[in-house]
Design a protein around this ligand. Structure first.
Ligand code: ADP
Length: 622
């Protein structure tokens, strides 16, 4: 907006102009009446001054009635010369036959005796009435007043007429000079009043100007100024109102600013993503968390885009559907290769009191882990049911066969009972495994920690396996294998739960035996780094396909289900091992080549003893 008003648009100039124009109009009207009146008055006065005394008229009519024209003409000339009136330019006497009988001007004597053709004289003689007119003499540019008066005899018959001619220049120059004085006075008055009007209107408009400037400042957001309140008139009250308004606007501005800051801080510190749109569904506000969840670097990449494109749901929903609250909540799967992301989007329309929907708010909550847990829980329940159903079905069918009479069969009955026993044993193992997993999940498992020389313990466990080999040496059905040890010479004292650790090693060793061919070598190693001890158990067995390596520690995962079951496996051994090692603060992992063999590693935190260091140092010196 142009802040400077144009000169003629200023109220100050308008007031002054109106004032001056009104004055001009008034003076014009007054002047017109005055000049007209003055002219009228002056002309009347002038006409009176040039009236001939009645005795002159009488004498002239007497002379005209005389038969001796020559004598009469002389007499009349005498009479006219006696008329001493400077205003009259010429007096002529005309008889009833329109013959000019005498004239007052000696220069004009030549016209005496001539017949006049003047229409006014003619009319006067005919009508017996005075006629007058103003004439303009173009030869000397003078205005004249002509008055023709009839002359009567005693019987009131027209005997002639007196023709009077008087110059009006004197009268008019008088009127002109008065008019000129009036005009100059009027002009001075107008100029003075214009000047005064400007001063006054400036005074009147000063508070208005101040208010204008103040409102402009308010509009710019500068609330520091105040309009001076001068008097208690309408303008004073308006100035007070503007000051009041300024305070109110400042308060409103402050409260809306602090509200916006609060909203900004709430939005930026929200652990959920938040987006707001206009009524067409185009994004207007987006917080940092939403940017993070949607994998966008800068908010400018989202602002102005439709929310259904931003959330990639254009195929399933329209903006109208979202705004009409048909859809309050939805799960959006935004997973891409190698990155799982499941969002719960909650929509809420921004509604004015009138019911008009001006936009939409969308809150995004990352439910990836919940969804994953939920999926895993469902999978787990289905796995457990499936795993228990298989042995139960087989037990059921054997029991059925036995009760159908097979119990009498000396061959089938003991075999069936062995299968039933194996299957129930496996179920009991599985349920025990599940119970210990569930205890670890719920955190109720207590660790019985103690400092143990892990080299000794590992040796002790492997010795047990050596014993089993020895015991089964002559049993043709049992598997043959040898255990090799490559251990560090140092004693390694590690804080562990002996029973649980033994369970882990047992499990890995049993697997190594289970999934290896007869006569295999199982290589065990123990070494330490500056803060870890690392155990490894390698076999020369089946190995694990590369694609399954990542799932080997999952509950119920088995590379070959049938084979594992046949060997009494539950599919929970490695899952339990992983939980236990994690509880001990360590890690477990596997390295395997299919068909060649597998190596399981366990690393446990280890803090070397000071004395041992000293001792080691001494030993190397020796
Ligand atoms: P299971 O009771 O089936 O042995 P585990 O949890 O102990 O269950 O092992 C899970 C699966 O990992 C096994 O079914 C097997 O397929 C595979 N596995 C474990 N150890 C080995 C190994 N040493 N060699 C080959 N495969 C193995």
């Amino acid at each position: 907006m142009n802040s400077k008003l144009k000169f003629y648009q200023s109220i100050r100039v308008k007031i002054a102009l109106v004032f001056a124009l009104m004055l001009m109009l008034t003076l014009e009207c007054v002047g017109a009446v005055f000049v007209r009146q003055l002219e009228h008055q002056n002309l009347n006065t002038f006409k009176q001054t040039i009236e001939l005394p009645s005795y002159v008229d009488n004498s002239l009519s007497e002379q005209l009635s005389r038969p001796n024209k020559k004598k009469a003409n002389q007499q009349m000339r005498q009479i006219l010369s006696e008329v001493n009136n400077n205003n009259i330019s010429e007096i002529r006497v005309i008889d009833s036959k329109r013959i000019i009988r005498s004239t007052s001007t000696s220069d004009n004597r030549g016209i005496v005796g001539q017949k006049t053709t003047d229409g006014t004289i003619k009319a006067t003689l005919v009508n017996n009435r005075t006629h007058s007119e103003n004439i303009y003499d173009s030869s000397n540019h003078n205005r004249y007043y002509v008055n023709v008066i009839p002359l009567n005899d005693s019987n009131n018959n027209v005997v002639g007429a007196v023709y009077l001619r008087a110059s009006l220049e004197g009268v008019y120059s008088n009127i002109n000079s008065i008019t000129l004085i009036y005009l100059s006075a009027a002009l001075i008055t107008i100029a003075l009043s214009l000047f005064l009007a400007i001063l006054i209107s400036q005074e009147i408009t000063r508070p208005i100007e101040e208010m204008r400037k103040q409102t402009l400042r308010i509009a710019r957001g500068d609330f520091s100024g105040q309009v001076r309140v001068m008097g208690n008139d309408e303008l004073g009250q308006l100035a007070g109102a503007v000051n009041n308004l300024s305070v109110r606007v400042e308060e409103a501005q402050e409260s809306s600013d602090s509200e916006r800051r609060r909203l900004d801080s709430v939005l930026s510190h929200m652990s959920d993503g938040a987006l707001a749109t206009d009524r067409r569904g185009n994004v207007t506000i987006v917080n940092n968390m939403a940017l993070q969840l949607l994998g966008v670097d800068h908010e400018d990449d989202l602002i102005g885009k439709s929310i259904i494109d931003v959330l990639d749901i254009r195929h399933d929903y329209t903006v109208r559907q979202l705004i009409n609250t048909d859809q309050e909540e939805m799960i959006i799967d935004m997973s891409n290769e190698g990155n799982d992301l499941i969002l719960n989007a909650y929509f809420s329309p921004i509604q004015r009191e009138s019911g008009f929907v001006s936009g939409l708010v969308c809150v995004l909550h990352d439910v990836t882990s919940q969804q994953k847990e939920e999926r895993e829980r469902k999978q787990f329940v289905s796995n457990v049911s499936h795993e228990l159903r298989t042995p139960l079905t087989s037990v059921h069918s054997y029991v059925e066969a036995l009760s159908d009479g097979a119990w009498q069969d000396k061959e089938i009955a003991p075999k069936s009972l062995t299968v039933i026993q194996n299957e129930t044993d496996r179920m009991i193992r599985m349920i025990n495994d599940l119970l210990s997993l569930s205890r670890m999940d719920s955190g109720t498992t207590k660790l019985n920690l103690e400092y143990v020389n892990i080299k000794e313990l590992f040796n002790y466990i492997l010795n047990r396996f050596d014993m089993i080999i020895k015991k089964n040496e002559n049993d043709e059905n049992s598997k043959k294998y040898t255990i090799e040890r490559y251990f560090t010479s140092k004693d390694l004292w590690v804080e562990i739960d002996t029973d649980k650790f033994t369970q882990v090693i047992d499990n890995i060793m049993n697997n190594a035996i289970k999934y290896s061919p007869d006569g295999g070598v199982i290589t065990t190693r123990l070494l330490e780094t500056h803060n870890h001890v690392i155990l490894s158990i390698s076999d020369q067995g089946l190995g694990i396909p590369r694609k399954d390596l990542g799932r080997i520690f999952d509950r119920f995962f088995r590379v070959d289900k049938a084979r594992s079951r046949k060997q009494g496996g539950t599919g929970l051994g490695l899952a339990i091992s992983k939980e236990v090692v994690n509880m001990l603060g360590g890690q477990i992992w596997v390295d395997s080549v299919e068909g060649k063999g597998s190596t399981f590693y366990i690393s446990l935190p280890y803090v070397p003893y000071e004395e041992e260091d000293d001792w080691d140092a001494q030993e190397t010196k020796d």
